[in-house]
Write a protein that binds this ligand. Structure first.
Ligand code: UDX
Length: 436
């Protein structure tokens, strides 16, 4: 993606090809666009990934990311050096900003002597603990032994070893290889984080020690670029009309993000837990996220009948609008970093059900550091779900979390306002970009 600045020089942004990565990069592009009312200065270019259909369907996501980085390097190099109808000569490019997961771009621009900046789309806390996984591997502690799981990670409270950002997609070796490649910033001039200073002051201080380049903590990006439209799936806006008919803070919004899958048993336990809670709910079930089903055709008819007057089930929702809606009083989430920031940004407390990777870190921070989330641990079971929903939506403990998250929402507003930390870091980033 190219964007033209006032000095006629181009900025190139290379996003990761997943919803949770594409979203913050497009938001950043919107913020940096000198004409923020539309996208007239953007050019979108495709870099062939060279992956076969069989490779794309492979559940080993980490293997795919590694291969994609190998495959894209030469096509990106060709794109920059040979030029296309759209691409300007290399000396007209001021900088490339790349997602740390698509590090192939940095290797190309290093050779071409173009400055680069990495964008990390997960939290500061996740980034500082990733190298611990490599130490554990060297000590023979991966997979993490059961006896260590509940212990606190030294110097990284409140994280336990079980909260470390391990992936459960395919080969562990691929995953650890990716950790090394993503954590190494090579020749980049700076790093951008989609984060909020007041939420992660201590991890941010540690990042400054870990990396010897400027770090820009600019977030939450979705609040700085509220108009940016970024969904890969079509949003069902009908759920907003449904929310309009519900009462203040009565609805629990349920979504496990863009990647996680559920099996039939988990689906059924979630469904009956929600039904038994007697609370109205808006539930996003992505087509294809339940193996063996196209969508919800396999769901119990008795359940559908039981909740028909207080449930809305959609394939994909306009999540930011949903969280901002007056009727939404809680979010049952997988705690992806974007969802975490979006929920805090709207003052909505969370039931935390992390599925893998950085979601474990985010969930632990939500429940034990910021204290705005309720942990749903272990196997999903209808009784636990029912209790968690009631606690969040009806009880004093949930109300206290709501008050705390509303305080955080206020702090977020201060951070993105004039003189706030995010505004300050954003000005510094713009200064650096114009110096190239
Ligand atoms: C993935 C990883 O799961 C996550 O841990 C990592 O931080 C980023 O990449 P994903 O599952 O996509 O994330 O979750 P998340 O980071 O929360 O991003 C999901 C995005 O999709 C959010 O911006 C959310 O607003 C959007 N969304 C989700 C919708 O717009 N509609 C929906 O119905 C569901």
């Amino acid at each position: 993606m190219e964007s033209e600045g006032r000095n006629g020089k181009k900025l190139i942004l290379v996003p990761g090809p997943f919803q949770g990565h594409l979203t913050p990069m497009l938001q950043l592009a919107t913020i940096l666009n000198p004409d923020s009312s539309a996208h007239p200065n953007f050019t979108f270019l495709c870099i062939p990934d060279g992956l076969s259909e069989e490779e794309v369907r492979n559940p080993d996501l980490m293997g795919i990311v590694l291969r994609l980085n190998v495959n894209c390097e030469s096509s990106f190099r060709e794109c920059l050096t040979r030029g296309t109808n759209h691409m300007e000569p290399v000396d007209k490019i001021c900088c490339i900003i790349y997602d740390a997961f698509v590090y192939f771009s940095e290797a190309v621009v290093r050779d071409l002597k173009i400055p680069s900046i990495a964008l990390h789309t997960s939290s500061a806390a996740t980034t500082i603990v990733r190298p611990i996984l490599l130490q554990l591997k060297a000590q023979g502690h991966i997979p993490i032994p059961d006896s260590m799981l509940q212990a606190l990670v030294p110097l990284h409270r409140p994280l336990r070893f079980k909260d470390l950002p391990l992936s459960n997609f395919g080969s562990l070796d691929y995953f650890l290889e990716l950790v090394v490649l993503v954590s190494n910033i090579r020749s980049s001039s700076a790093i951008i984080f989609n984060m909020i200073h007041c939420l992660e002051e201590s991890p941010l201080a540690q990042l400054h020690q870990q990396f010897q380049v400027p770090i820009f903590a600019i977030g939450p990006l979705h609040k700085l670029a509220p108009t940016s439209a970024v969904s890969l799936l079509q949003e069902d806006t009908g759920c907003i009309s449904w929310l309009d008919k519900q009462t203040h803070n009565s609805v629990i919004y349920v979504s496990l993000g863009s990647i996680a899958h559920l099996d039939q048993d988990q689906l059924s336990e979630m469904a009956w837990g929600l039904a038994n809670s007697k609370q109205p709910f808006l539930w996003v079930i992505r087509p294809g996220s339940i193996p063996g089903s196209e969508w919800i055709e396999s769901m119990d008819e008795e359940f559908k009948e039981c909740v028909k007057d207080r449930a809305c089930i959609v394939k994909w929702a306009p999540q930011k609008k949903v969280l901002a809606h007056d009727a939404v009083g809680g979010f049952w989430s997988h705690c992806g970093w974007n969802s975490t920031l979006e929920s805090i940004g709207e003052g909505v407390p969370i039931i935390c059900q992390p599925c893998f990777g950085d979601q474990n870190v985010n969930a632990r921070y939500l429940t034990h550091e910021w204290k705005v989330g309720l942990e749903l641990e272990g196997e999903i079971e209808r009784g636990t779900v029912e209790r968690a929903v009631r606690t969040l939506m009806k009880e004093k403990e949930g109300e206290e979390m709501r008050q705390r998250v509303l305080d955080l929402k206020h702090k977020v507003e201060v951070s993105i306002g004039d003189g706030g930390y995010s505004s300050h870091y954003l000005s510094e980033l713009v200064e650096l970009l114009t110096s190239f």
